[in-house]
Design a protein around this ligand. Structure first.
Ligand code: BES
Ligand code: ZN
Length: 879
């Protein structure tokens, strides 16, 4: 075990005890200077329970100046200071504690606590950043009322913001000014925020259902003032939606959003003052793609929704993280579904779940939705906590039905308003309003791993029998899961078959092995095709022995759009996986012709392009190389996955070339860019179609892409042309890339697309190119967005070159992770998960990946964040 691993103690859920002290009010005064900010904190503390334990405050990376208890200064022998705590052994049951300390925001590269971005001050406190600002009981079950006074130079930092409502602002005599904010709602320290800087404000208003006017503000650097409309519109949509769907109103006079360029995550829900990574705020048609617009809509909504699911009702401890994140992701998913296309949103969400969460659950970082132990909580903001957590809430909604679920959320918000609670509290509300016994359902929160459902069916004289057997993860000890399972049956003509008189069923699966018998009228049971787990009602891996013909039928006729998509994707995946296996065996790319049924199904989907362009675009998108790689348990055939995927794409394009061309032309844009469902669907379809065509490497099609690039009046069409060209081997790609750079080199968010595309391109020069790009004037390893765009894209979306047999990709990425760790451990730790899969590669690659992990891990200076991730990847057990 490394030094860092030994340093970090394990925190366990079962050890939870309530805090020894509570802090009822805190009054903070900041005198903001880049390298020495002075913080004064006045707290009213109160002993919690009958005990005589000391007051222990968390505090890191700061200089303590002085402490007073009830007006008396403490001498050095009256407290104990360590690198992470301040202990005051002897305090009265109720006391007034005043602490002064100093911090250095300018040299804070970890972007946790108070730091600077583009010269402005901002904060990130979740989960444990507040302890880098001042000494405090930094845990979510200590709720306090905050008053915050900010003092800063008036000309450098004209805008001074914090949580709650503004109550005072005045000029000081020395060129400084001050502002005071009061947040009437008690909150945990992780929701604290402040911003000070030179920012422009975009203003709007929202009138709540009960008639209260809320002032809305978005603060950005002046040159971005024309990129805030979409975020503002999204915010207002989200506010209305939460009133209509959950009956939740906003509760302060102001709601502010600030965009910053340097941010570890996407955005943060600080009470009344959300702080955003600028990529989730800024958009105008010429700089942002449809994907960016959709991302902004959902992140703005997500953070806003936390005002109830997270802020008004918060988490008792960090093991309850999914209580707020899983629930809020479910809320934002449903919001986006209501704003755009429900089916397409579901497809995108399930795709992400299967690609990221299923992989996580099958690897060394697997953990339950409610983890039972952690060393570094930052490492638990995972796809499991977020996306599987959202699926678990979705299952509750599906088990209860929408109306009863709403009664459950009403009860939850009313009963626990102003409290810090547990996942158990949430589930109990759901049990209470329904007549369901949810005891068994808890397993979804407690056990890691993806359950498998083995499904069989049988037709017996007027009866249809469906049997489901659960294969549960090892840690479930054979215990079955409880889950809702959407189900329907289709005949050979693609017509729904009535079962017990109904076309659609939601079955409750709860036993290890279970079967259902339905009466059906159908006499001839030649081809009965079950549509299983419709809409992906449960996050499970369903196995059923479909014929190619049956998959074709479902992809054409299923009345559930998600399952249509899924059926076609399964068909493609089956074709690819079997081709890849053959290629591995004979050590060369296959030569077999395109399977007729697959080609026919593809063509049939294309016929529907006019009706639902976005859906068709999703269907014809081939599974990613990474997802295909997950289908192999060992000796991942990196090269064959790549080459066979390219070959299938070319075969489909060659077979349907004319139709693809027609579709491309008939969906050309009319009028100015608008982010709107059908238009975005058409652009996405044109992107897919153009990529298929460009993959054929014919001048006619690369020319088409070039023309699209030249003519485009919006970033979506312009960048889609670039994407299409990147899959061709045309020299046109480089020309267009250069033109793109010349136009956008001063726009960091746009340049991220340019970096990412080049990192992703699978040609032999990829690693050398990425190395060169590190020296590009726009690149900075200190900025998380740049790092994700360049280094992250190479490691995550260029498997052919990252997994190069020589090990050069591994070594380069490992060295960058080491470099990052000295500045920003969170970003380094997240990046390191690209090595999680090492055991699934051939001996040579596995050894190289393992060596890279050791090199990162075995350094004495390795951060706790990175040591935990790499240690687990290496298979270290922590007990
Ligand atoms: N509370 C989180 C932000 C956060 C995450 C803070 C990790 C500290 C550590 C926020 O609500 C969030 O979940 N943001 C997501 C985006 C969201 C749409 C899923 C993010 O930042 O990725
Ligand atoms: Zn969140």
């Amino acid at each position: 075990m490394s030094t860092a691993e030994q340093r970090a103690v394990e925190i366990r859920l079962e050890d939870y005890t309530p805090p020894d002290f509570l802090i009822d009010t805190v009054d903070l005064t900041f005198d903001l200077e880049p390298s020495q900010t002075h913080v004064r904190s006045q707290m009213k503390i109160r002993r919690n329970g009958d005990h005589d334990r000391a007051l222990v405050l968390n505090g890191e990376h700061m200089t303590l100046l002085n402490i007073q208890v009830d007006g008396r200064a403490l001498t050095e022998n009256q407290y104990v200071l360590t690198e992470t705590t301040l202990t005051i052994p002897d305090v009265p049951d109720e006391a007034h504690v005043v602490i002064e300390n100093r911090i250095d925001p300018a040299s804070n590269t970890a972007l946790e606590g108070l730091y600077q971005s583009a010269g402005n001050f901002c904060t990130q406190c979740e989960p444990e950043g507040f302890r880098r600002i001042t000494y405090f009981i930094d845990r979510p079950d200590v709720l306090s009322r905050y008053t915050v006074t900010l003092i800063a130079e008036a000309d450098l930092y004209p805008v001074l913001l914090s949580n709650g409502n503004p109550v005072a602002a005045e000029k000081c005599t020395d060129g400084k000014h001050m502002a005071r904010w009061v947040d009437p709602h008690p909150k945990p320290s992780y929701l604290f925020a402040l911003v000070a800087g030179n920012l422009t404000r975009i203003t709007d208003e929202f009138v709540t259902l009960s008639g209260k006017t809320v002032e809305l503000g978005i603060y950005v650097e002046a040159h971005n003032a024309d990129r805030c409309d979409h975020a503002m519109a999204s915010l207002k949509h989200a506010m209305r939606w939460d009133e209509q769907v959950y009956g939740r109103e906003y509760d302060l006079d102001v709601f502010n959003i600030v965009a910053v360029d340097d941010f570890n995550m996407g955005a943060m829900e600080n009470k009344g003052l959300n702080i955003f990574n600028s990529r989730y705020v800024l958009a105008k048609p010429d700089t942002a793609t449809d994907g960016d617009y959709a991302g902004i809509e959902s992140v703005v909504a997500h953070e806003y929704f936390h005002n109830w699911s997270g802020n008004r009702v918060t988490c008792r401890d960090w093991f309850q993280l999914s209580l707020k994140e899983g629930f809020t992701v479910f809320r934002d998913q449903e919001f986006s579904a209501d704003m755009g296309s429900r089916a397409v949103k579901r497809i995108a969400d399930v795709n992400l779940l299967r690609q990221v969460q299923f992989a996580e659950d099958a690897g060394p970082q697997a953990h339950p939705v409610q983890p039972k132990a952690y060393r570094e909580i930052n490492n638990f903001y995972t796809s499991t906590v977020y996306n599987k957590g959202a699926e678990v809430v979705r299952m509750l909604r599906n088990l209860l039905g929408a109306e009863t679920f709403r009664q459950g959320t009403d009860l939850y918000f009313d009963r626990f308003d102003g409290q810090a609670v547990t996942i158990e509290d949430f589930v109990s509300c759901m049990a209470e309003v329904s007549d369901l016994d949810l005891t068994e359902f808890r397993q979804w929160y407690d056990v890691a791993g993806t359950p498998k459902l083995l499904v069989r069916d049988e037709y017996l004289e007027g009866q249809y029998i469906l049997s489901i057997e659960q294969v549960v993860p090892e840690s479930a000890n054979g215990h079955p899961y409880m889950l809702p399972f959407g189900f329907a049956l289709f005949d050979e003509a693609g017509e729904p078959v009535l079962l017990d008189g109904k076309a659609e069923h939601i079955l409750i699966v709860e036993q290890s092995s279970q079967s259902w018998t339905f009466s059906i009228e159908k006499k001839d049971a030649d081809l009965l095709v079950p549509s299983l787990n419709r809409g992906f009602t449960a996050p499970v891996d369903v196995q059923y022995d479909y014929s190619d013909e049956a998959l074709g039928l479902l992809s054409r006729a299923d009345t559930d759009a998600f399952n249509r998509w899924d059926a076609f994707q399964r068909r493609i995946q089956r074709c690819l996986v079997s081709r890849i296996k053959v290629a591995m065996d004979v050590d060369s790319v296959g030569e077999d012709a395109l399977p007729e049924d697959l080609s026919k199904a593809f063509g049939q989907l294309l016929l529907e392009a006019e009706q639902d362009p976005m859906f068709v675009a999703e269907c014809i998108a081939l599974p990613s190389e990474n997802y295909l790689a997950d289908q192999f348990e060992h000796d991942t055939p990196v090269e064959w996955i790549h080459h066979e995927r390219v070959r299938l794409r070319q075969q489909l394009a060659a077979e349907w070339e004319l139709t693809l061309q027609l579709i491309y032309q008939s969906h050309a844009q009319e009028g100015a860019y608008r982010f709107e469902s059908r238009a975005a669907g058409q652009r996405q379809l044109r992107r897919q179609v153009l990529s298929y065509l460009c993959g054929l490497n014919r001048p006619a099609w690369t020319q088409l892409a070039k023309e699209q690039f030249d003519r485009a009046d919006n970033m979506t069409e312009s960048f889609n042309a670039l994407i299409a060209l990147s899959v061709s081997d045309s020299a046109e790609f480089d020309h267009v890339l250069t033109a793109f750079e010349a136009r956008w080199r001063h726009d960091p968010l746009v340049m991220d697309k340019w970096f990412a595309l080049q990192a992703q391109r699978s040609d032999a020069g990829a690693l050398a190119r990425v190395q060169d790009l590190m020296a590009h004037p726009t690149f900075s390893i200190k900025n998380p967005n740049r790092v994700r765009a360049l280094i992250g894209s190479f490691a995550r979306t260029n498997p052919l070159r990252f997994h190069d047999r020589s090990g050069s990709g591994y070594q380069w990425v490992a060295d960058r992770i080491i470099e990052l760790d000295a500045m920003n451990p969170q970003i380094a730790a997240r990046m390191a998960s690209v090595f999680n899969t090492w055991k699934r590669f051939d001996g040579n690659r596995a050894a190289l990946m393992c060596a890279a992990l050791r090199k990162i891990h075995d350094r004495p200076e390795c951060s706790a964040d990175l040591a935990e991730i790499t240690g687990k990847a290496l298979g270290h057990s922590f007990d």
